[in-house]
Write a protein that binds this ligand. Structure first.
Ligand code: ADP
Length: 227
């Protein structure tokens, strides 16, 4: 297929990036190149263990590459949604959880209430986040990220554990964020979600990006033969 061509300056770029977890272990990323265009939704797909989470952790600065060049112009205004949302939940109630973060961004009670409505969390406002379903926890974690007003969102398997209604809600939200001019880099196995939100899809295989296409071309199937 024809690669997506974008002329804007990337929101994030990695050039000839090499990463391994330990000195004598195999390289997880081997000379990877990736540019996430400003204001677009860039999806990373690839099999289990292909390095998607590792790539996102390099992108958000949790890990550093042994070799390569990373450009992170949004480093001061980015938000990372880890694969396990429990890791970022700590308050006694959903409302408190969101209040904690909103203060830093100058938000108050009203914005938190609006955010809970936007994500369908009003009914669980008084519940302990850790007692919620995995899908609800994912939405609370997502609400928390949005309250920091990030210009770049880095999302690891954002639809994991979500039912159809919550997936649709999340897809709509990501489309809104894009319309607001934010950039999104996400890793997923959910091809329906890719089709709904992505501007481009990059396939991660054997430590590098082996193809980047628009979602329609990607879903038309060529990736099956690369993966
Ligand atoms: P994906 O997100 O695509 O499933 P990961 O980035 O989680 O892939 O993993 C890529 C490779 O790196 C796998 O071989 C995995 O076993 C290895 N790996 C991931 N995390 C660690 C770690 N903390 N220490 C050592 N190896 C790791």
């Amino acid at each position: 297929g024809k690669p997506t061509v974008s002329h804007s300056k990337p929101a994030l770029s990695l050039r000839d990036t090499w990463f391994r977890y330990e000195r004598n272990s195999d390289w997880v990323l081997r000379g990877l190149d990736l540019a996430a265009p400003e204001g677009e939704v860039t999806a990373i797909v690839g099999g289990n263990g292909s390095g998607k989470t590792t790539l996102l952790q390099l992108a958000c600065g949790v890990l550093a590459p042994q070799r390569g060049r990373l450009s992170r112009p949004h480093a001061a205004s980015q938000a990372y949604l880890p694969q396990s949302p429990r890791a970022i939940l700590s308050a006694q109630t959903v409302r408190e959880e969101l209040m904690l973060w909103s203060k830093g961004a100058g938000y108050g009670e009203a914005q938190v209430t609006a955010m809970m409505e936007r994500l369908g969390l009003t009914g669980v406002a008084a519940r302990n986040p850790l007692d919620l379903s995995g899908g609800q926890q994912q939405l609370v974690a997502f609400a928390k990220l949005l309250l920091t007003r990030p210009s770049l969102l880095i999302l690891d398997e954002p639809t994991k554990g979500l039912d159809a209604a919550a997936r649709t809600k999340l897809a709509r939200l990501v489309q809104e964020l894009r319309q607001e001019g934010r950039s999104v880099l996400l890793a997923t196995h959910d091809l329906a979600f890719v089709s709904a939100v992505a501007d481009s899809v990059s396939l991660l295989f054997d430590g590098t990006v082996t193809c980047t296409e628009g979602p329609d071309e990607f879903l038309a199937g060529s990736w099956l033969y690369h993966a």
